[in-house]
Design a protein around this ligand. Structure first.
Ligand code: DPP
Ligand code: ZN
Length: 852
């Protein structure tokens, strides 16, 4: 396979004016006729078209059928020789045949439960017709669909809608990856929106009959997104209609096709009985994300796929801020940082580390990563810290004004910030081009009223990048008095050197520093021993909610890391939790986050960084022992809160009741460690909503004394929900996460025999496999059978759906953390995969990178 290089970018030598596509749908033999008007930009350039798995029926230029000698065909495309092409604008016409029913990769045009749908990002359009399938080639599309129905959808506005045939015209030039087509027996949940300039937009959420009662929340979330983008970014929607379609078989979360978003049904459909509070929040966030792409992604797109974070980082940043505005801002920020640390920091520390803007890849589908998305969003947040609120708005206004209708680069993006703010961002750019998470080491001193903070930054080498020059890091800092009062307003310190000191004068006494408030940069903090902060003090007093929470998290991590090496529970941590439980002023959602113990994967990483090899079983035991000790020490306060946080009245997914439920379930989780799962079982029987029902189910499995409690709850849940695919995904997933480590593998082995384990469905495959690998000590069992089981399933899925198999292979990315025996067991599975004949490009690139 070829490695694609950023440095080899060449513009496409033809302009595409109009693309007319005519689809005659058939499961086994869909006919696609394409007529593309082209204008040569360079003399004597050959015309290179991508195409995969297409049966070419006809190819002509200006009506003249090409002779077999006038073009060359390969597995990946077709090249029309320059001599066969006019020097003037011409019309290329092709006819190909494709078989959507046998498309199991779910890329291009495929079928899901009898319905036709498409997924073209990043390079799926080439499986539909011959085309320059690259994001910098933008054209207007006119699409005709027939042969199925009754509902026939494509991008843009409808021009003809008659029985069995529809025509759609998209007036906005777009790259092929934003093309979409849907056909089938669908019903709509509809509404409308009036834009800021008074235009009416028809809104539809298309689903299979029976699901239309679960669309109300998504439709309202869409309207809130449209309003927010007008109010906060001044961006108005630009078509007469906005369609969303829910599809059961989908590789990603959702896709922002112009005017026709296609969603994994998991991220659209919601009812109180079937969706959790977390699902509601994610649905709102993903609806917003895809809608926001209309400007950041569609109107302004990427020049090439190396620039993916240009649209994804910015759009994630926008959806995070939207959710923060709709819900509790500080709580959302904490959740986002938890996810960043769990996924992106993990990626950055391992063999898959890559810059937010990579400079080479073999398979672009492997770069839809936490680094591109979530770290990409953090970089936008840092830019905002550097230029300020007004500077940010000015930069974004200039970005939309200057680049509307273009395919852009990270350089274009940074240029608008430089031009609008006058700042030099050359050093800042390293955040895009360099991989790895910088570590800041902090020391401090106090003398004669002057307090000095010294920072040193270091980034360890990552694959292919040994040299790590210092980055430009915005560090938000506060200073507290020993009584817990803010002494200064939060200040952004800009670090640009490898070592740098910052001085604060005129202080009466030595302050307590609060560093990296709001998590102002995606870095790790190390405190020199003499500068080690009093974490319990910060947890009690910091005025910055993020740092308050983080202090508690650091304290918990220190304690559990010590316990995993034979230490005892730190009484100051237990006392701090006791104080938190009594703090009636704290927001319940915030307190709930403070009660979450560090994840086992995070503990393993911390041990590895301390130079120890993590023992998964000891980590599991330490975490359980800590939870049990907290429950015993604070049983009365926890029980009281458990009762007090009960929500009465009909279920609402709003932040206030959701926050109460999250605190209630956090207390239940601790209490289950000492009541044998009794309270969880009672709640499981009483719950009228999926949030409590599912959490209680997990606790019955993990805490249930004997097998009875857990197995009975699982059987009852399955009997009730076996007809509901989304809820059954939760059933598969939750029991694997909650299993005792020594039972996880046998449970997974029996679940793959379950008739409802439809492994070809990506959601079902992921719910089982991700549930198993999230059972840290179960996946990492000493005999390596967990690794073998997991690898067997990756190999089974790969020939059908390489994209999902490759994505799931990241369960092995942490192999280097563990003891030599586990390392060799994991590497043996990676090698077995890598040596499999006929392995996909996707999975072979991933295993090669992980093996190093
Ligand atoms: N559909 C994916 C997303 O929205 C890829 N663009 O992030
Ligand atoms: Zn996106």
């Amino acid at each position: 396979t070829v490695t694609k290089l950023l440095s080899e970018y060449q513009p496409f030598p033809f302009d595409l004016e109009m693309v007319r596509l005519d689809f005659q749908l058939d499961p086994k033999a869909t006919q696609v006729r394409a007529r593309i008007s082209m204008r040569p930009l360079r003399a004597a350039a050959p015309l290179e078209l991508d195409g995969e798995g297409l049966v070419l029926r006809k190819i002509s230029v200006d009506g003249r059928v090409l002779a077999r000698t006038e073009y060359s065909q390969s597995d990946t495309g077709l090249v029309i020789h320059a001599a066969a092409l006019p020097a003037q604008p011409f019309m290329l016409e092709t006819e190909v045949e494709i078989a959507p029913a046998s498309n199991t990769a779910l890329e291009g045009l495929y079928m899901s439960k009898g319905m036709y749908c498409t997924q073209c990002e990043a390079e799926g359009f080439r499986k539909i017709t011959y085309y320059p399938d690259r994001p910098d080639v933008m054209a207007r599309f006119h699409v005709t669909v027939s042969g199925a129905g009754p509902v026939l959808l494509s991008n843009g506005n409808p021009v003809v809608q008659e029985a069995g045939r529809a025509e759609w015209l998209d007036p906005w030039p777009k790259p092929a990856y934003l093309f979409a087509l849907v056909a089938g027996d669908l019903v709509a949940h509809s509404g409308s929106f009036t834009t800021m300039s008074g235009r009416a937009v028809a809104l539809n959420i298309w689903v299979r009959a029976g699901d239309e009662t679960r669309c109300g929340f998504a439709l309202e979330a869409l309207k809130r997104s449209m309003t927010w983008d007008e109010q906060v970014y001044g961006r108005e929607y630009d078509l007469d209609i906005f369609n969303i379609v829910a599809v059961d078989d989908f590789n990603m979360g959702a896709m922002e096709n112009k005017g026709l978003n296609i969603f994994n049904s998991k991220w659209v459909l919601a009812s109180p009985e079937t969706a959790t509070d977390g699902d509601y929040e994610r649905i709102e966030g993903i609806i917003a994300h895809e809608y926001f792409h209309n400007w950041t992604g569609n109107r302004i797109t990427c020049r090439d796929w190396f620039q993916l974070c240009l649209k994804e980082g910015l759009t994630v940043y926008r959806d995070q801020n939207f959710t923060a505005d709709m819900r509790l801002g500080p709580v959302k920020r904490i959740e986002d940082v938890m996810a960043l640390r769990a996924r992106q920091f993990r990626e950055d520390r391992g063999p898959l580390a890559h810059p937010p803007r990579p400079d080479n890849y073999k398979e672009i589908n492997n770069f839809y990563t936490a680094t591109v998305y979530e770290k990409g969003a953090e970089i936008v947040g840092m830019l905002r810290h550097l230029v300020g609120e007004e500077g940010y708005r000015a930069a974004l206004d200039l970005y939309f004004e200057r680049h509307d209708g273009q395919a852009c680069t990270i350089e274009d993006w940074l240029q608008v910030f430089e031009d609008s703010s006058g700042r030099d961002l050359r050093q800042f750019k390293r955040w895009y081009t360099d991989a790895g998470t910088p570590r800041l080491t902090i020391t401090d001193s106090f003398k004669n009223g002057t307090y000095t903070l010294d920072f040193e930054q270091k980034t360890v080498p990552t694959p292919g990048q040994d040299d790590k020059p210092p980055r430009h890091i915005p560090i938000a800092v506060g200073l507290l008095s020993p009584q817990g009062r803010d002494l200064i307003e939060t200040t952004i310190l800009e670090m640009t050197e490898a070592r740098q000191s910052f001085v604060f004068e005129g202080l009466a006494e030595r302050p307590v520093p609060s560093i990296l408030r709001g998590f102002s940069a995606p870095v790790e903090l190390d405190f020199a021993p003499e500068a080690a902060p009093d974490l319990a003090f910060l947890l009690a007093h910091d005025s910055d909610p993020f740092n308050r929470w983080d202090a508690g998290g650091r304290l918990a991590l220190q304690t559990v890391v010590a316990m995993a090496q034979g230490g005892a529970v730190d009484p100051s941590y237990s006392a701090a939790i006791g104080a938190l439980l009594k703090d009636g002023a704290a927001d319940p959602a915030f307190s709930a986050l403070c009660l979450h113990l560090p994840a086992q994967d995070q503990i393993a990483q911390a041990l590895h960084e301390a130079g120890k090899s993590p023992d998964p079983e000891a980590i599991y035991q330490a975490r359980e022992t800590l939870a049990q000790a907290l429950a015993m020490a604070h049983e009365a306060a926890l029980s009281e809160l458990y009762e007090a946080m009960a929500v009465t009245g009909p279920y609402r997914p709003d932040p206030e009741p959701a926050g109460r439920r999250s605190l209630r379930l956090a207390t239940l989780s601790l209490l289950s460690r000492i009541d044998g799962g009794a309270r969880a079982r009672t709640l499981f029987d009483a719950a009228d909503n999926m949030t409590e029902s599912l959490a209680a189910l997990g606790l019955c499995v993990s805490a249930g004394v004997g097998v009875g409690v857990g197995e009975a709850a699982l059987a009852q849940f399955r009997a009730r929900w076996q007809g509901d695919r989304l809820v059954m995904d939760k059933w598969f997933n939750t029991q694997l996460i909650a299993s005792k480590p020594d039972q996880a593998l046998s449970r997974a082995q029996s679940l793959v025999q379950d008739p409802l384990y439809d492994w070809k469905n990506p959601n079902r495959f992921r719910s089982l496999m991700a549930g198993f690998s999230a059972n840290h000590a179960g996946f990492h069992r000493q005999d390596g059978e967990g690794y073998r089981f997991y690898a067997d399933w990756l190999l089974r899925l790969d020939p059908l759906n390489p994209q999902v198999a490759a994505r799931m292979s990241t369960a092995f990315e942490t192999w280097a953390r563990y003891d030599l025996q586990r390392q060799s067991l994991m590497r043996a599975q990676l090698m077995r995969i890598a040596q499999t004949e006929g392995l996909s490009r996707d999975l072979s690139e991933m295993t090669a990178r992980m093996l190093g």
